[in-house]
Design a binder for this molecule. Structure first.
Ligand SMILES: [Zn+2]
Length: 468
């Protein structure tokens, strides 16, 4: 199976340094941040100067200069690194190298727009993140960024004498000379990080187990919100992992039925797998809102000075707020549902999604009143497209009356809203599942047209409005 490399970032708060005080550590971080910022700006400046030289050279000799011939370096990164390496005495070499890379990468990606005058030259401001490289800087050396777990029985804090428990990150931050200046034994600092939730924990555990790899990361400062609030330092931990690269097969079709019993029911053309979304959540929310609406209307009639004092406008407002709430909730739900749907399609390798063409259905229909199905469909179509999945809208005629097992179409097939029972073969299933299976069938419209005959369709088409 082919795999693809994914890189992601998770942010962890730095609780405290373990081999230093906050006073020293904070000072080190600020110094490193200061030099990192200037290293970034200097690298950009060098790139810009090379650009100017290059253009001038072209004017005089009719061809561009060769970086290697002139500077002895094959790329801007190497050139900038070697030109600037003595100017930043506090930085750990590996991190400095990563910082230079960050600047020259930025330069290379922005260069075209800068030269066309569409973008200004990058200028790195205060509070920029500090680069911490993950790999060993020199071959044979220990990994630069290391994570470990401390059990409560293992270690004590030198200062407080209290037990330390949790996850730590140890990373080289400073140069040898800065180390000596500080009277330290190591260029590395070890810090306790806050692992707040299960996702954060799972990532750390996988990194320790070696299932994930640590990638070049960053330490950053975030100002405290509100006056007098102290800022905090965070680690933006980058990690990479291999994931199966699912290839989508256009012949595998996922069918989506949107119904009253289940807002969404999913079936597949090639298997009996099924998924659905329950209505409970939507109903609970709707009931809550209805109740609140009634209360507010009641208040509007009877409340004294407060709200009434401001006239009719003031009285209407809270109900409008409620309407906004409903709209927001629908948006949020539809966003979540559409992601759920498309994720499943990708997981199953479906290159095609078929769903009902709701064009013929009136907006006064129960369908529409109950939930914004059109909006949901749009969101699904949009996300599917992003994932490279084709979306086909199919006419839903007879998809609830047709037996997905034997193809028998009979209005007697449906026992009730929820259950389906075939009069020909005895196939029994949830009505929504049966419909979803039909919708997942390749060329379902043609199959149904053929089965019922075109003339009949037009007659029954009129009746369709009554059925749903
Ligand atoms: Zn049947």
């Amino acid at each position: 199976m082919k795999t693809k490399k994914h890189t992601k970032v998770m942010r962890y708060e730095i609780i405290k340094p373990l081999d230093s005080t906050w006073e020293v550590f904070g000072q080190v971080l600020r110094q490193v941040q200061y030099e990192t910022r200037h290293a970034l700006n200097k690298s950009i400046q060098l790139s810009w100067e090379w650009q100017g030289f290059s253009a001038e050279y072209k004017r005089q000799s009719d061809h561009y200069p060769n970086l290697k011939e002139i500077t002895n370096y094959t790329n801007l990164q190497g050139y900038a690194y070697n030109t600037l390496k003595h100017e930043f005495p506090s930085l750990y070499r590996g991190n400095f190298s990563q910082t230079v890379k960050r600047a020259t990468d930025k330069w290379n990606s922005d260069r075209g727009e800068i030269l066309r005058g569409e973008r200004s030259i990058p200028n790195f401001k205060k509070d920029i993140p500090i680069d911490v490289v993950a790999a060993a800087f020199k071959e044979g050396k220990e990994q630069n960024l290391r994570i470990r777990k401390i059990l409560s029985s293992e270690e004590y804090n030198n200062e407080t004498g209290k037990r330390i428990q949790g996850y730590t990150v140890k990373v080289n931050l400073i140069s040898d000379s800065y180390k000596k200046e500080l009277g330290r034994n190591s260029t590395a600092f070890e810090m306790l990080i806050k692992v707040g939730d299960n996702t954060q924990k799972a990532i750390i555990e996988r990194l320790i187990e070696g299932k994930y790899n640590i990638a070049a990361s960053q330490i950053l400062y975030q100002k405290g919100k509100g006056s007098g609030k102290k800022g905090k330092w965070f680690l933006n931990l980058s990690y990479s992992f291999e994931k199966e690269d699912v290839t989508l097969n256009p012949d595998l079709i996922m069918g989506i039925d949107m119904g009253i019993v289940h807002p969404i029911y999913i079936a597949f053309s090639d298997s009996y797998a099924r998924y659905h979304i329950n209505k409970g959540e939507i109903n609970r929310f709707r009931n809550q809102i209805e109740k609140r609406k009634k209360e507010l209307l009641h208040q509007g009639t009877y409340c004294g000075e407060g709200r009434k004092g401001h006239g009719i406008q003031a009285r209407i407002k809270p109900i409008e707020v409620i309407s906004d709430k409903i709209a927001n909730f629908r948006k949020l739900c539809n966003h979540r549902y559409s992601k759920f749907v498309v994720d499943i399609a990708v997981k199953h390798g479906c290159g095609t999604i078929q769903m009902e063409d709701l064009q013929g259905i009136s907006k006064d229909d129960v369908f529409y009143k109950n939930w914004s199905y059109f909006d949901l469909q749009e969101k699904i179509a949009y996300k599917a497209k992003e994932s490279g999945i084709k979306v086909i809208k199919v006419n839903p005629r007879y998809t609830s009356q047709r037996c997905s097992q034997c193809g028998n179409i009979d209005s007697e097939n449906r026992v009730n809203q929820a259950d389906f029972l075939c009069t020909a073969c005895g196939f029994k299933a949830l009505a929504d599942y049966n419909a979803a299976r039909n919708i997942s069938t390749r060329n379902i419209e043609k199959i149904i047209d053929k089965a019922v005959g075109k003339e009949i369709i037009d007659v029954v088409d009129l009746e369709y409005g009554n059925i749903s």
